[in-house]
Structure formats: structure tokens, C-alpha cells
Design a protein around this ligand. Structure first.
Ligand code: 3H9
Length: 646
């Protein structure tokens, strides 16, 4: 860590260099404090530019220090000290100014930002509130409504948006340091603005706060920090600066040692560790320039869209012209949807689609680096695809299957060059869902495996390596979860109670609502397949419903009834009658106990997965559940929540 001072005439520059992201460790806080003291005492300096080396401005407090006792100088004091400096400081921001980084910048008299910079207060995503004046200074710069959005959502602003909101004073085109020094020189020719803490803040009326409380609670889905952050902002609007600072500090310290904050820190570090497994650090992946997808159904089109979003040209292969047209239409549907939601412009959507070559001709795959197969989930169909791929693809091209239930070893068996074969299990919709299970077969080379992880980084997905077992990690735990939920129904617990319990626990949906949405028939067909193959698969309650034609929302009913065109589940008298023979009425369980039981079941399956070596760490299982199955992030995943850590 270094803090170095240089001079350009009467402008001093303070350069922070604390790789990888200039986090505010105790040493850096002290270094900055010393720099303020030194420059205050230097009569030849009229203004100071604060700039950072490396890929980003200060990305926040050092999260690794959160479990330890705080060491002075404390960040709120440092921000105050910078604000009270005898010379005006100008923060010159590139990369990200986040959390404590933005708070330091708000202590400066001015903020300028490079065009690509982003500025934000992501503390709520770590289960805390800003702890160094973020809730108190932000409304003084941007007003209360914009501060509420920034602080309670945790979403950053781009430089231009920040300038519009009043968070930065100028966006610098060209060289940032040069621009910042010129800005400082010009600023010295004019009266200085008030320090941020001295600026007034307009307090909204109580109705505003009531409305915000409702909206923030809804979006938080059980996470505590956003509402606590809102309370801090209200204090900032209604009390003095000093009182609001004291309130923020108290809230910050309380939340920092909370279980939710510990869970969210666990997820933070797990997400950062996942894309770069230590065992593969020395392995060079295959460069990915062109990719192909075989199969243009919902899954294949989603994967193709994800590849296009990452900028790769894609060949989409289907078995006949009609299927090519359907696949292309699926892709167009995805991009049109993105335009409707304001995620893409018409021109961007057209460009995404133009980068897809739909074809029936496997010869078009001669020069792709990666092929992902997403055809019908049947071993013969998949084998036929890989036999063709082995004939036409480059010998070093990675050949991947997106199978979710078949054994990848059976798909790869006998293929020439099996070292380039791998399972890449996407989750639907594949262009949205963050999870990617990476499933090597015994012959998969380290290079192929490393390419799988490189693909995940390119697609901005969270990769988790899984060993081979039925359902890999996620679907195996899902099966146990559903079975445990059905077992409760058999004991007489109401279906709607179980769903309500899981929603109350922080899931977007309960297990039965989720099955109605996705369809009960896929799992049913798998069970039937296993039965046909001679396996002893006991009859499930879901089987009874599917046999009665109840496959979920698409058939007007599954575990619940649905009014035509509606998605609101209604308890079903017909389901009660169909299942009556399988249910022993009478058991009562409160919602907390239901949720605790079902999470314990997930964790027990996770433990079995660990014991079998299907995955190496409980954190990987937590990532699978959070990013693939809607487990509430602020609970840290089923393993963390039940105390299985490490
Ligand atoms: C806060 O500031 C509280 C204050 O209000 C009050 C205090 C009193 N600390 O993400 P990457 C590590 S709360 C420690 O892959 P990128 C990360 O683990 C904080 N370490 O890079 C990884 O380590 P390794 C608010 C951190 O280029 C390496 O840096 N701030 C921190 O894709 C690279 O990370 C945040 O929440 C940290 N704060 O993205 C910002 N941040 O190489 C969180 C990162 O050993 N950070 N590391 O695996 C980010 O969002 C991204 O890191 C950033 C760069 C966008 C900056």
C-alpha cells in the first residue's frame, strides 16, 4: 500500500495504490490522514487532486476487516478530516467509487469522474448501511429522493447520471489526471462551494417516508439493511448533521455484526472466488472467438442470446429449415423482449440477431472454438449430435453438453478426443440466470475445464464445478426439497401454508407455486423413464396430479387452480379430493418450523453431496441455491444458514 504525493505547481496530487481495488484498509486510512496533514502544512499547495492507481478508484471499506475490531483512524473521521482540510480536495474518479470510496469522495470539495466511471453505495448488499456519512452527505448533494434510490437499492450510477444528479461536478473526457488538475486550477479562480456537510437538505413530508417504506420493504424481501438505511436517510433529512452521523454510526455498527451481514459477506467472497478456482490459475484456456449452439428451443436460444450479449458470433444449428426458423424466432423474441424492457435499443437488438447464423449445415462449425449442445434430453439424440460434431469441428474445439439429468460420461463415451468434452449446465432463461454448473467427465482436460470457467467469466455467470451424479448439485437438492415438501403435505400440512412459509423465508415462490409455473410434467416424465428402465421410483403426489391432467399453470391447474389468464394460485378442492387418499390429516406446523425443516433438508442433501465429493465446498452449494433456485441471498444459502461453513 502506498500513498504518494506529487506536485504540479500549486496543485498537489495524492495517489493511492492499494491493489487490487484500493480498499480502505487501516494502513490506507492512516496514509490518507497523513497526506492531509502534510499538505495542510505546505504553504505552496493551493489545491489537492486525489487519484488512484490501478483499475479503480477506492472501491470501499476493506471488507476483510469487518469481522475484526475497528482500528483508528476511523473512516467517518477521515472523511471529516478531508472535508476540513485547509485546501480544497478534488476526487478524480475512474473505475468504481463505491461505499467508503464514494464517502471519501463526498468529503472532498469537488468530484470529477472519467466517462466510464460508476459511483454507488452498495452497502445494503453487504447487509449494512453506509458507515462513513453516506446516508448523511448523499442527500445534501443529490436531494432526498435520489439519495433514497442510491442508498436503499445499492445500484451504482454511471458518471453521466451522477453528474446529472449532482453527485459529481464534471465528467472528464480524455486523460483523467490532466482534466482533474485543470479543473482544480479553474476552481481556484472562483468562490469555493460550501463543504458537503454544511449544505442544507430539504425534508420531505411524512407521506413520502410512508410510501418509501412500503416500496423498500417490498423490494428487500426480508433483508434488513435497506429499511435501516431508509431510517438513516430520514434522520439526515430531519435532524442535525451531527445527530444524523451518530444515528448512522450506531446503525452501521449494529448491522455489521448481524447474522445477515455475515451471510452476505460469505456470498460476496464466494462469488468472487468462484470464477477463478485456484487449481486452474496456471492453466491457459482456449481463446473464445466464435461459438455454436445446437438446438434452438427455449434453452438453446437462451444460451445463444447469452453468447451474443457477450459479443461472440454464434452459429445456431437445427435439424431442418423449419426448426432453424423457430430457433431464430425464439432469439428474436428474447431480443425484442429486451427492447421492450429498455435493456437494448432497436439497433442493438438488430445487431445481436445479425450475429447469429442459423443453419442445418454442420460444416459451418468447422472453425468454432466452442459448441454447446442443447437438444432434446434423450441419450440417442444427443449422441448423434456429438458424433457429427466430432467429424466437423476442429480437434481443439470444446464440445459441451447442456444436459441436466443424463450422465455426461454416457454422452461422451467413445468420442474421439474426449479431453475436449464437458458438461455446461445452464439454467433457464439462460441469458438471465447467473448460475452455470460445470461438469467435467474423467477425460476432460484442464484446458477444457479452464475454458468452461473462462466462458462463465465472459458471460458474467457464477460458475460452480460439479461432479457427476443425478441432477448434479442444484437439481439433486431440488428433488430432496420437493420430496420433503410433499412429505409435509402427506402429514396434513396445507400446500398453501408451505408455499407461504417459504415466501416468508425470503423465496420469491414456494415449492408448489414454482412447480405450477415450470410445469409438473418434466419431472414426471423423468420418473416414468426411470420406472420404465426398471428403477423403483415411488409414486409421488405430483404423479397423481399429472395423471389427472394437472400439469401446472399451462393446463389451468396443478397444485392450485388458476382462473383463465391469471397467475394467482387458488387452493383447489379437486386437488384436495385427488390427494385425499394419500394424506393423513391433522398435522399442524407453524411457518417458521416448516421453513427451517425444508432448509435443513436441502442442507442435508448438500452434506451428502459434499461427502461424495460432488463438490468441494459448502460455499459452492450456497451459490448454486442462491443463483439457480432463488434461495434468499441474505440468508447465505442453505449450508451457511444451517451452520455448515468452511
Ligand atoms: C463500505 O465501504 C462500508 C463503508 O460505508 C463504511 C465503513 C466504515 N474489500 O470483484 P473483483 C477483492 S462496504 C476487500 O473480482 P472486479 C475481491 O475479493 C464496501 N476486498 O474485481 C477480489 O479478491 P481476490 C463497499 C475486496 O474488477 C479482488 O478484490 N464496497 C473488496 O471484477 C477483485 O475483486 C463494495 O461493496 C473490498 N471492498 O470488480 C465494493 N472489493 O482477487 C465491492 C473487492 O483475492 N467490490 N475485493 O479474489 C466490487 O464491487 C468489485 O470488486 C469492483 C471491481 C467493482 C470494485
Amino acid at each position: 500500500m502506498t500513498v504518494t504525493i506529487a506536485r504540479q505547481g500549486e496543485i498537489a496530487t495524492v495517489t493511492v495504490d492499494n491493489p487490487p481495488v484500493n480498499a480502505l484498509s487501516a494502513a490506507l486510512r492512516q496514509g490518507l490522514w497523513d497526506a492531509v496533514e502534510t499538505l495542510d502544512a505546505d504553504g505552496s499547495v493551493a489545491a489537492v487532486v486525489l487519484v488512484c492507481a490501478g483499475r479503480t478508484f477506492i472501491a470501499g471499506a476493506d471488507v476483510t476487516e469487518f469481522g475484526k475490531p475497528p482500528v483508528p483512524p476511523h473512516l467517518p473521521d477521515l472523511v471529516d478530516r478531508i472535508e476540513a482540510a485547509a485546501k480544497p480536495w478534488v476526487a478524480a474518479i475512474h473505475g468504481s467509487a463505491l461505499g467508503g470510496g464514494l464517502e471519501v469522495a463526498m468529503g472532498c470539495r469537488f468530484r470529477v469522474a472519467a466517462q466510464g466511471a460508476s459511483l454507488g453505495l452498495p452497502e445494503v448488499s453487504l447487509g449494512i448501511v453506509p458507515g462513513a456519512s453516506g446516508t448523511v452527505r448523499t442527500p445534501r448533494l443529490v436531494g432526498v429522493p435520489a439519495a433514497v434510490e442510491l442508498v436503499t437499492s445499492g445500484r451504482p450510477l454511471r458518471a453521466a447520471q451522477a453528474a446529472e444528479a449532482g453527485l459529481v461536478d464534471a465528467v472528464i473526457q480524455g486523460d483523467l489526471l490532466e482534466g482533474a488538475v485543470a479543473f482544480a486550477r479553474h476552481a481556484l479562480t472562483r468562490p469555493l462551494p460550501q463543504p458537503t456537510s454544511a449544505r442544507p437538505v430539504a425534508a420531505p413530508d411524512p407521506a413520502f417516508w410512508a410510501e418509501q417504506e412500503k416500496a423498500v420493504a417490498k423490494a428487500a424481501k426480508g433483508a434488513a439493511a435497506p429499511l435501516r438505511a431508509l431510517a438513516c436517510l430520514r434522520k439526515a433529512a430531519e435532524a442535525s448533521f451531527a445527530e444524523a452521523m451518530a444515528f448512522e454510526r450506531e446503525t452501521f455498527l449494529e448491522l455489521r455484526s448481524s447474522e445477515q451481514a455475515a451471510a452476505l459477506r460469505h456470498v460476496f467472497f464466494a462469488e468472487r472466488a468462484a470464477p477463478r478456482p485456484a487449481a486452474l490459475r496456471h492453466v491457459e484456456p482456449l481463446p473464445l472467438r466464435r461459438a455454436a449452439v445446437v438446438g434452438g428451443g427455449t434453452m438453446g436460444a437462451g444460451i445463444a442470446a447469452a453468447l451474443r450479449d457477450a459479443g461472440l458470433p454464434v452459429v445456431l444449428v437445427e435439424r431442418d429449415d423449419e426448426a432453424v426458423a423457430r430457433g431464430t424466432a425464439n432469439l428474436r423474441g428474447i431480443f425484442d423482449g429486451a427492447v421492450r424492457r429498455g435493456k437494448l435499443t432497436q439497433a442493438q437488438a438488430a445487431d445481436r440477431l445479425a450475429g447469429v447464423t442459423g443453419t442445418t449445415d454442420y460444416a459451418q462449425l468447422a472453425d468454432v472454438d466452442l459448441v454447446i449442445e442443447a437438444v432434446f434430453e434423450e441419450i440417442g439424440v444427443k449422441r448423434a449430435v456429438f458424433d457429427r460434431l466430432a467429424q466437423v469441428c476442429r480437434p481443439d474445439a470444446v464440445l459441451a453438453t447442456n444436459t441436466s439429468y443424463l450422465d455426461p460420461r454416457a454422452i461422451a463415451g467413445g468420442l474421439p478426443g474426449p479431453e475436449r468434452f464437458i458438461g455446461l449446465h445452464f439454467f433457464s432463461p439462460a441469458n438471465v440466470m447467473k448460475l452455470l454448473e460445470i461438469v467435467p467427465v474423467p477425460e476432460t482436460s484442464e484446458r477444457t475445464l479452464a475454458t468452461g470457467f473462462a466462458l462463465a467469466r465472459l458471460l458474467k455467470k457464477i460458475p460452480v464445478r460439479a461432479g457427476i451424479c443425478e441432477g448434479f448439485i442444484g437439481n439433486r437438492i431440488l428433488k430432496r426439497y420437493r420430496a420433503a415438501a410433499e412429505a409435509l403435505v402427506r402429514q396434513g400440512v396445507a400446500i398453501a401454508e408451505i408455499d407461504a412459509a417459504m415466501r416468508g423465508h425470503g423465496f420469491a415462490m414456494g415449492p408448489f407455486e414454482a412447480q405450477d409455473l415450470g410445469g409438473l410434467d418434466i419431472a414426471f416424465l423423468q420418473r416414468e423413464g426411470a420406472r420404465a428402465a426398471g428403477q423403483a421410483v415411488p409414486e409421488t403426489l405430483g404423479d397423481i396430479l399429472v395423471r389427472a391432467g394437472r400439469k401446472g399453470q399451462k393446463t389451468g391447474g396443478g397444485w392450485y387452480d388458476y382462473a383463465p389468464g391469471e397467475r394467482r394460485p387458488q387452493p383447489s378442492a379437486l386437488v384436495a379430493a385427488l390427494l385425499a387418499g394419500a394424506i393423513t390429516p391433522g398435522a399442524a406446523m407453524d411457518r417458521e418450523a416448516i421453513a427451517a425443516h425444508l432448509v435443513a433438508e436441502m442442507a442435508a442433501e448438500g452434506q451428502a453431496i459434499l461427502d461424495e465429493g460432488v463438490t468441494q465446498t459448502p460455499a459452492d452449494i450456497d451459490l448454486v441455491e442462491i443463483h439457480g433456485y432463488g434461495f434468499p441471498r441474505w440468508r447465505g444459502g442453505p449450508m451457511f444458514a444451517t451452520g455448515i461453513r468452511g
